[in-house]
Unconditional design. Structure first.
Length: 122
């Protein structure tokens, strides 16, 4: 659902407008947006924090370089999520990999997991 933030040029009121879908948005834009506070149609669209807040990164569409930078970033939760998303069935079918991934997501340190699981990891 598209959400857009606007600021009224006349009264400075900020409002977030919700649309059921993009054609609704197009229609509203064609008809002219108007400020709920003063009725002015001089509205400036702001970059919405709502649309920027990510529900999770789309690791599957990352390049291998980007994945590498996530791995090197050392954020174990991020690494775990990435493995889960990218790993799909082949990798996640492996019980060791699955355990490692789940523990990374829970926030366990990779070194600790490696110690617990032992040489099987590699
Ligand atoms: Zn206004």
């Amino acid at each position: 659902m598209p959400v857009y933030d606007y600021r009224c040029n006349s009264c400075g009121q900020r409002s977030a407008l919700f649309y059921k879908n993009y054609s609704d948005y197009d229609r509203a834009r064609d008809e002219g947006l108007c400020c709920p506070n003063c009725g002015s149609t001089e509205m400036t669209r702001l970059i919405s924090r709502v649309t920027l807040s990510k529900p999770g990164r789309d690791y599957a569409s990352m390049s291998s370089d980007e994945m590498l930078s996530v791995l090197e970033g050392g954020d174990s939760r991020e690494v775990g999520e990435m493995m889960q998303q990218v790993g799909q069935d082949e990798v996640m079918g492996d019980p060791v990999t699955r355990e490692v991934t789940e523990r990374l997501i829970k926030g366990d340190k990779p070194e600790k997991i490696e110690k617990d699981i032992g040489p099987d990891l590699t």
